[in-house]
Structures are given as structure tokens and as C-alpha cells.
Design a protein around this ligand. Structure first.
Ligand SMILES: Cc1cc2nc3c(=O)[nH]c(=O)nc-3n(C[C@H](O)[C@H](O)[C@H](O)COP(=O)(O)OP(=O)(O)OC[C@H]3O[C@@H](n4cnc5c(N)ncnc54)[C@H](O)[C@@H]3O)c2cc1C
Length: 380
């Protein structure tokens, strides 16, 4: 699917995002330099609009202009919006408050009361959320996570464990935490957790890329989790926990693929602005256009069959590799010392590495794409 195949509403959404992206770009270096100072930018019309657009209609505090009203409705709309916004700057997108990845998990697993609680907590526009699955020694193999929900004699559960590389780990006020209630993968459940809470501590890690997201570590030492905060209680056993969130992960993966592609476009735009006749420019433009067509096709496929992990894995693998390749091309095209002369480009060269790890590394995506031919999987 090309840009020409988009219906008028999606084209309008795309064009609006292109305009907003300019404002995002103007804030990119300030947030990278001082990620703790991001609050200063939260009332910017662009960030307010993005927060509102990623909130379901019935929980929105204000009306949305134009086609933003449809932003949350389809994977295709999210994908094309994310390409254009990340073409402004992907770092500031990840620094924003709002539902983010936790919202997708709550939408997939939460009941009406839990959704209400989650989205009402975000109504002030100044609340960050967290999606806590990864642990210090349990990353790719998420089903081996060791955090536990144990029965609390006083009712509900107690959460114990450590999570790492989680966005907004120390500053998030509400989010989703995954832990196990028993030995099997089906016993991995998710709960809504509000912080600060007794038994919780969190701190930010010193990251080199996407610094505005304040990735960090969260420790839970017997944190009380009331029964009504456990997500998926209204769902069949097989859909309550980590498997039930599978569809949300597929949408998430397309979104991350879109951001990596947007970053690749940003790098290409930047290089061509500074050195219009850069060697290989035509080929790069053609490859970017082809990657965007692939992204749109995959997003349409996810809208039709959200349970299939292969298309999102293919596109994320492709766009993250392409974005990294573009950083190498940019360094060659602009010449020795270019990263010192072009701080935005230098920041993007750092940001780009993050996409490899978010929501599945390249190797894990390869296992999703060709599960029957992957000898590595048999070793696990
Ligand atoms: C910028 C960033 C943002 C993140 N945001 C979040 C977040 O908000 N919430 C959250 O919960 N987590 C988050 N993560 C964590 C992310 O999901 C993990 O980093 C990822 O799952 C990889 O886990 P790991 O770092 O433990 O690496 P490992 O799983 O230890 O992998 C190390 C290397 O081994 C390879 N490998 C592992 N297993 C296999 C296998 N079976 N076959 C072949 N190769 C294999 C991997 O591909 C990788 O190259 C984030 C990470 C980063 C870097």
C-alpha cells in the first residue's frame, strides 16, 4: 500500500502529523540534554494532542481536531501517525505522559472498572505510565520471569520481584506489572499497580538513547496488590495473562517499527538538506518508500488478523535494521567529524540503538518469522 492508496481521512491525519512533527523536533535536543526537565514541554499543543489521541474516546478530557479522533481506532492509523511524528523526533515521543504501552495492555486485559481507574488517573496530563515485564536476567525469554504474585493472607496478592529497562520506572504513577502466580506460562498475570506504594522503589538508569523515557529499574518487595487490580479476571484462563496480551504486543511492535522508520526518514531528510547530492541518496529514498509500503501492508494485515505475530516481526526487523544502516550512511555522507558538527544527528545515532531491544530483539523476531527452521529455539 502506498501513500496514494490512503483514504482522505488517513491522508489528513498524516499531513497533520507532519506539521506537529516540526514542534516535536524543536524540543528534541533540550529533552535529550536534560530528561528530568521534560515537564516543561508537557503542555506543548503537540504533546497534549498526542496524549489525547492515544486515549479512548470516552476517557478524553477534550475533543480532538480533524482526523485525530480516529487515531486509536486502527493499527494503520497508528502506524502512519508514528512514522510522521518520529520523523520529527522519536525521543520526545517516548518522553511524553499518557497511556503508552501500558494503555495497550489495559485495553487488552482490563475490565471496565480497571480501564476507568487507569484512564482517570491520567486525566491531569502529567502522569507517566509504566509497562514492567523485563527482569535483570529475564529479557527475551519473558515466560521465564521470576517476579511473583503470592496470596496475601489479608486478601489479594503480594508482589515481589525486580524489573529493569522499564520506561518511566521511577516517575510513573500507574502501570502494568507482569508476575507469576505459578510455574506455567499460563500463570503469568498482569496487574495494575499505582506508585508510590509501600514496598516499592525505583530509579532511572543512565541511558545513551531515548533518554527522555527515563528507562530504569523497579523493585517490589511484598507490594500489596488488591484482587480487583489483577487484570484479565473476566477473561478465559488462556487469555488472562501474557498470551492474552499477544495481540497488544503485535500492535505495539508495528508502532515501534513505525518509529524506527520515522527516525530513518528523519536522518535521510537531514542529510539531504545538508548535502543534497550525497552518494546513494536515490537508492536510500527508494528503500525508505518501500519500507513504508511494507509497514502500511503489515498494519492492514494486523487490523485484519491481530493474532499473527509474523507480519509485525518482519516489519520491525526490517525497519530497525534500515534505521541503523542509515546512521552509517549519514556519517559517510556528511564526512569525518560530522557527529560533532550535527548534534541532532549524533542524538539520533544514539536513539536508533534502542529499537533493536524494544518489544523483541532481532534474533527473537527471526524466531517468530521462521519458527520451524530455527535451531536456536530447540536449544532453549
Ligand atoms: C530502550 C529500551 C526500552 C525498553 N523498554 C521496556 C519497557 O518499557 N518495559 C519492559 O518490560 N522492558 C523494556 N525493555 C527491555 C527489553 O524488552 C529487553 O531488553 C529485551 O527483551 C531483551 O532482553 P535482554 O536485554 O535481557 O537481552 P537478552 O534476552 O539477554 O538477549 C541478549 C542477546 O541474546 C539474544 N538472544 C536471547 N535469546 C535468544 C535465543 N533464544 N536465540 C537467539 N538469540 C537470543 C538476543 O537477541 C540479544 O541479542 C526495554 C529495553 C530497551 C533497551
Amino acid at each position: 500500500m502506498t501513500g496514494r492508496d490512503l483514504d482522505p481521512a488517513l491522508r489528513e491525519l498524516r499531513d497533520t502529523c507532519r506539521q506537529i512533527a516540526r514542534d516535536l523536533r524543536s524540543r528534541a535536543l533540550a529533552v535529550d540534554a536534560d530528561p528530568d526537565d521534560v515537564s516543561r514541554h508537557l503542555d506543548a499543543p503537540s504533546l497534549t494532542l498526542l496524549r489525547t489521541a492515544s486515549t479512548p474516546k470516552r476517557f478524553r478530557q477534550e475533543d480532538l481536531p480533524l482526523r485525530f479522533a480516529e487515531y486509536t481506532d486502527s493499527c494503520l492509523a497508528r502506524a502512519l501517525a508514528n512514522v510522521e511524528l518520529a520523523r520529527g523526533d522519536a525521543g520526545i515521543l517516548s518522553a511524553n505522559t499518557g497511556p503508552s504501552l501500558a494503555g495497550l495492555a489495559v485495553d487488552a486485559l482490563g475490565d471496565e472498572a480497571q480501564r476507568e481507574l487507569f484512564y482517570r488517573a491520567l486525566a491531569d496530563g502529567r502522569t507517566w505510565t509504566f509497562f514492567a515485564m523485563t527482569e535483570p536476567d529475564r529479557g527475551s525469554d519473558a515466560t521465564a520471569l521470576t517476579s511473583r504474585f503470592e496470596p496475601d493472607p489479608g486478601g489479594g496478592h503480594r508482589l515481589t520481584g525486580t524489573k529493569r529497562y522499564v520506561a518511566n520506572a521511577a516517575r510513573g504513577s500507574i502501570g502494568v506489572v507482569f508476575a507469576r502466580t505459578g510455574p506455567t506460562a499460563l500463570s503469568i498475570r498482569a496487574a495494575l499497580v499505582q506508585c508510590p506504594v509501600p514496598g516499592f522503589s525505583g530509579h532511572a538508569l543512565d541511558m545513551i538513547g531515548l533518554r527522555g523515557a527515563r528507562f530504569g529499574e523497579m523493585r517490589f518487595d511484598g507490594v500489596r496488590v488488591p484482587e480487583e487490580m489483577l487484570l484479565g479476571r473476566h477473561l478465559p484462563t488462556s487469555q488472562r495473562g501474557i498470551w492474552g496480551a499477544g495481540r497488544a504486543f503485535n500492535v505495539m511492535r508495528v508502532q515501534i517499527a513505525a518509529q524506527a522508520l520515522g527516525l530513518a526518514f528523519a536522518i535521510s531528510d537531514y542529510v539531504l538538506e545538508h548535502r543534497p547530492r550525497s552518494p546513494g541518496a536515490e537508492l536510500i529514498s527508494a528503500r525508505l518508500a518501500a519500507a513504508r509500503e511494507l509497514l502500511y501492508d503489515v498494519a492492514v494485515a494486523v487490523d485484519r488478523a491481530p493474532g499473527d505475530p509474523r507480519p509485525p516481526s518482519i516489519v520491525k526487523l526490517h525497519t530497525t535494521a534500515l534505521a541503523v544502516e542509515l546512521t552509517r550512511w549519514a556519517e559517510r555522507a556528511l564526512g569525518a567529524g560530522s557527529l560533532l558538527e550535527h548534534p541532532l544527528l549524533e542524538k539520533w545515532c544514539r536513539d536508533v540503538c534502542a529499537f533493536e531491544f524494544m518489544d523483541g530483539t532481532g534474533n527473537i523476531l527471526r524466531l517468530h518469522i521462521a519458527p520451524d527452521t530455527a535451531p536456536v529455539r530447540e536449544e532453549r
